[in-house]
Design a protein around this ligand. Structure first.
Ligand code: BTN
Length: 263
């Protein structure tokens, strides 16, 4: 039972700061409000269902009751934002670590933060900033599809979205995964700055975008290139057909042949 997750986290410093919701609009939206009201570092919000789950680029994150893990964590690190550019990458590596230890599979990462198994997206990460009069807090939002079967996804996600049950062929335990995730996020938080280079090296090893033909969508323009690496802040290095190299820090990146992107 996710509602009693606390009991599985003895000695975890965030265990007493977990708020559980049967249903909520979005744990990230609520976490932003709590951050503005002064909620402490390590406040965790977990919901069984979200009615307005949000993804990157203004997309919806479909969050049906009992089917997934919908979680947000508030971090108040007192670290300048420009020193935390790699945070989203670090969260993706932490989520892979947690899934590997709890379920026995290590997803790949599609830059920057989709977790992918067998060409299907099984989890997404949305990190958002909240600026208070005294500091900038980070909200880490993670959504993991756990129990869905093929027919449970809306038609437009057919062949694109997957779940851990579909990947493993077994029922998975949301409690075990959430527990592993909270430990992995704590470790990530402690290592974010001192082990930045190592975290990014792990990210590069998990990142399937590197070496692929990609398209980059920004505003109304689409550009094509080849992803050649990840820089020291987690940005994507892209080689364009005219030979020049660019560092891409934002925007939507599609991989040729994946999620229906063909040309
Ligand atoms: C993405 O796929 O673009 C990111 C999805 C992030 C979803 C999680 S679920 C918990 C938290 N609350 C939200 O509204 N979004 C994040």
């Amino acid at each position: 039972m996710l509602s009693s997750i606390q009991q599985y986290l003895p000695h975890h410093p965030w265990a007493n700061q977990i708020q559980y919701f049967d249903t909520i609009d979005s744990t990230n939206t609520r976490a932003k409000q709590l951050a503005l009201q002064g909620a402490p570092h390590g406040t965790v919000l977990i919901a069984d269902q979200q009615t307005m789950g949000r993804g990157r680029m203004g997309r919806q994150f479909i969050s049906p009751q009992g089917m997934g893990i919908y979680m947000s964590v508030i971090l108040r690190n007192h670290v300048p934002v420009e020193q935390q550019m790699h945070l989203t990458c670090a969260v993706a590596v932490a989520a892979c670590d947690a899934l590997e230890s709890a379920v026995g599979i290590r997803p790949a990462i599609k830059w920057t933060n989709d977790l992918v198994c067998g060409n299907r997206k099984i989890a997404g990460i949305l990190t958002e900033l909240v600026t208070t009069p005294t500091e900038t807090c980070t909200i880490i939002g993670i959504g993991i599809n756990c129990h869905q079967q093929e027919g449970d996804f809306p038609e437009e996600l057919g062949g694109i979205a997957g779940s851990l049950t579909m990947v493993t062929g077994n029922a998975v335990s949301r409690t075990s995964i959430t527990t592993a995730l909270l430990w992995a996020l704590l470790r990530m938080d402690q290592q974010l700055l001192p082990r930045k280079a190592q975290i990014l090296q792990h990210y590069r090893e998990d990142c399937i975008t590197i070496g692929k033909s990609i398209s980059i969508l920004r505003m109304d323009t689409v550009r094509h290139g080849v992803a050649v690496g990840i820089d020291e802040d987690g940005a994507l290095l892209v080689r364009f057909p005219d030979g020049h190299l660019e560092t891409i820090a934002t925007g939507e990146v599609s991989i040729r042949g994946m999620y229906g992107y063909i040309s």
